[in-house]
Design a protein around this ligand. Structure first.
Ligand code: AHR
Length: 486
């Protein structure tokens, strides 16, 4: 039996709801088929968005959605995606499989998707192959409420009212697919582009940050352009054993499980390094860290287009995902948004589709079970995380995070062990009247939800005994759990 102490009087900052953000790129079957089916008579849809996928995603209370990329963003020209569909030019999606993109999903469709999901919009502008004028015109097209040629063009294309543009990214991975730039050069471009984001709307500006362990990019960009930013991005994907040994999403053994958890531990170190650079370059904490791409990246499913990044999703993804989200909670001083990659059919997805069929993944349930943390106050929690030795170093056996919102306490717990359940006695500093608990696990670590068996992995009620201020619960091996106290 392990003891956990949670003190509701000791608040440790707000967990921004935007940490539970999503990302949808023109990549593989994320946008087309996954979210948008146009007039396909075989898939029920509303204004082109498929009803089954939207209904499932709405359950997650998605706060923000990033679009159109990713690498695609720096190849995207927004004018190609407005006006009558039959007039929209085709382009080749050179980043992702060289497939032909018909631009039927563009600006108006993106904001319609956000409207249906009830989320805010995070648009990523093109710096790599775009111009300042192109970006400033897009901002005017989206946000101007007066009488201007661009605003009137938007009206002619069906939307009288300006769209609400909450977040704007200035380029993506400009150290790589977004132009192979040096940080000094990007910093100057950032300064120039961001100057021309002029709108009556308050648009939160996000600069392109570094990849995984690169602190030099962050330091240079922060020093040269940080004062013009609201947030700077950071991308970190997790693998089994680095990029060159990513592993398979469904064929793995115990080492494959634990190595992936060890990659999460490495990510923790890298996050600390990023925050240390920000603390030294921005001691007043004016610039937020925006982790706008994260998640498990494995080899594509056998027989699928390598450029489509389609992978399946197991309990390993849900457990690793909870460790990462807890990491963001603990870094809430700097981390104000995160966007898992990606929402549908790409990398660590919430939803998978195959034609008119769909299923949700263990990662979907992870996000659903953690909803109570959105915009809640993080609480002080002390416990012995224990440790498990792996081939890539020690990992915690347990990860726990507690928060409070409107009098309700949410506690989420991951048990990374493949062999041992964990009995917990959770002691709070005040009594509660009711407890509800659920957990997610499966018989085999490689199990997945499929289109034929979509309910193989789904949350189940967890027995939790509440007596005053104490909760006793056993968190099964290889599981995630969520407890709500009122
Ligand atoms: O999410 C897939 C890709 O990973 C994104 O397009 C890019 O930004 C990153 O390298």
């Amino acid at each position: 039996m392990s003891k956990v102490m949670i003190n509701t009087q000791r608040k440790k900052g707000k967990i921004s709801k935007y940490i539970y953000g999503q990302f949808a790129e023109h990549l593989g079957r994320c946008i087309y088929e996954g979210l948008y089916v146009g007039n396909d008579p075989d898939i029920p849809n509303t204004n082109g968005m498929r009803n089954d996928v939207i209904a499932a995603l709405k359950e997650l209370d998605i706060p923000v959605l990033r679009w159109p990329g990713g690498c695609f963003a720096d190849d995207y020209h927004w004018r190609d995606g407005i006006g009558p569909k039959e007039n929209r030019p085709y382009m080749v999606n050179t980043n992702w499989g060289g497939v032909v993109e018909n631009n039927h999903f563009g600006t108006h469709e993106f904001f319609e998707l956000c409207r249906q999901l009830g989320c805010e919009a995070y648009v990523n502008a093109n710096v790599g192959s775009g111009t300042v004028q192109e970006m400033r015109d897009w901002v005017e097209y989206m946000t101007f409420d007066g009488d201007s040629p661009l605003a009137n063009e938007r009206r002619a294309n069906g939307d009288d009212e300006p769209f609400k543009l909450s977040f704007l990214g200035i380029g993506n991975e400009n150290w790589g697919c977004g132009g192979n730039m040096r940080p000094e050069y990007y910093s100057d471009l950032y300064r120039r582009f961001s100057t021309f984001i002029r709108s009556k709307q308050k648009i939160y500006k996000i600069g392109c940050g570094a990849n995984s362990d690169d602190t030099q990019w962050t330091e240079t960009v922060m020093k040269n352009a940080g004062k013009f930013m609201d947030g700077i991005s950071w991308h970190n994907y997790t693998f089994e054993d680095g990029w060159d040994n990513r592993g398979d999403s469904i064929v793995f053994d115990a080492d494959g499980w634990y190595n992936n958890m060890a990659d999460v531990v490495l990510m923790q170190k890298r996050l600390r390094d990023q925050i240390a650079v920000m603390d030294s370059t921005d001691p007043d904490g004016k610039v937020d860290l925006i982790v706008d791409e994260w998640g498990n990246w494995f080899e594509v499913m056998a027989g699928t287009n390598p450029g489509f990044l389609y992978q399946q999703n197991t309990m390993r993804d849900a457990v690793a995902g909870m460790l990462i989200l807890h990491m963001f909670h603990n870094a809430n001083r700097r981390v104000k948004m995160a966007n898992i990659a990606q929402m549908v059919n790409v990398l660590q997805s919430m939803v998978l589709t195959e034609g008119e069929r769909m299923t949700v993944t263990p990662t979907y349930y992870l996000f659903k079970m953690m909803k109570g943390h959105q915009d809640a106050e993080l609480l002080d929690a002390s416990y012995d995380a224990k440790s498990i030795d792996t081939k890539r170093g020690a990992i915690p056996k347990l990860s726990l995070s507690a928060s409070e919102k409107n009098g309700a306490v949410t506690i989420t717990i991951a048990n990374t062990s493949l062999t041992d359940d964990e009995e917990l006695e959770i002691e709070l500093d005040k009594a509660f009247a009711s407890v509800a608990a659920e957990y997610l696990t499966s018989g085999n670590m490689c199990d997945v939800n499929t289109f034929d068996e979509p309910d193989k992995i789904r949350p189940q009620a967890l027995n939790a005994e509440l007596s005053g201020s104490t909760v006793k619960v056993t968190v099964p091996k290889m599981s995630i759990a969520a407890i709500t106290l009122k």
